[in-house]
Design a protein around this ligand. Structure first.
Ligand code: ZN
Length: 154
């Protein structure tokens, strides 16, 4: 096994820090006037709730914002997700969703996938089935939001 610095993360405390940082200082949190898609999702088993708003411009996710309440995992995950999908195409966002879902199912190659950026900090969550739902909440909202975009009204 080659130990290319970030590839084999040794410390879960570092990851805890990343998660808490996003929880305490959420990125892209807030309302959006000109959203092209708005999706509300909740995770009753934990009490997490998110509202995701996307602004699609042509084939680009120009903006992504969220509002939400709930545990640190759910809020940190969607905070990181909004950072990651901005500027991406919907198809790229779908690929990232699939990759992150694999990560939550314990896929080791996903845990080393640089595409996922800071989201790899959530890899340890895959060991806790109940928390996987928390981590996937924002991504479920993203899937819904992109579904709405599939049929442009023209
Ligand atoms: Zn939760």
């Amino acid at each position: 096994m080659t130990s290319h610095d970030r590839d084999t993360p040794p410390l879960s405390s570092l990851f805890q820090e990343v998660i808490l940082d996003h929880y305490k200082r959420p990125r892209n949190r807030g309302d959006m006037d000109d959203a092209t898609a708005t999706v509300h999702m909740n995770n009753p088993t934990c009490g997490d709730e998110v509202v995701l708003r996307l602004k699609l411009n042509g084939n680009t996710i120009e903006d992504a914002r969220f509002e939400g309440v709930g545990c640190s995992i759910s809020q940190a995950s969607i905070s990181m997700m909004t950072q990651l999908i901005k500027g991406k195409t919907p198809a790229e966002a779908v690929t990232l969703t699939r990759r992150f879902t694999e990560l939550m199912h314990g896929d080791e190659s996903a845990a080393r996938d640089r595409q996922l950026g800071d989201l790899r900090a959530l890899a340890g969550v895959s060991k806790f089935a109940a928390r996987v739902k928390c981590a996937l909440l924002g991504w479920n909202a993203l899937e819904e939001a992109l579904k709405d975009q599939d049929s442009p009204s023209e």
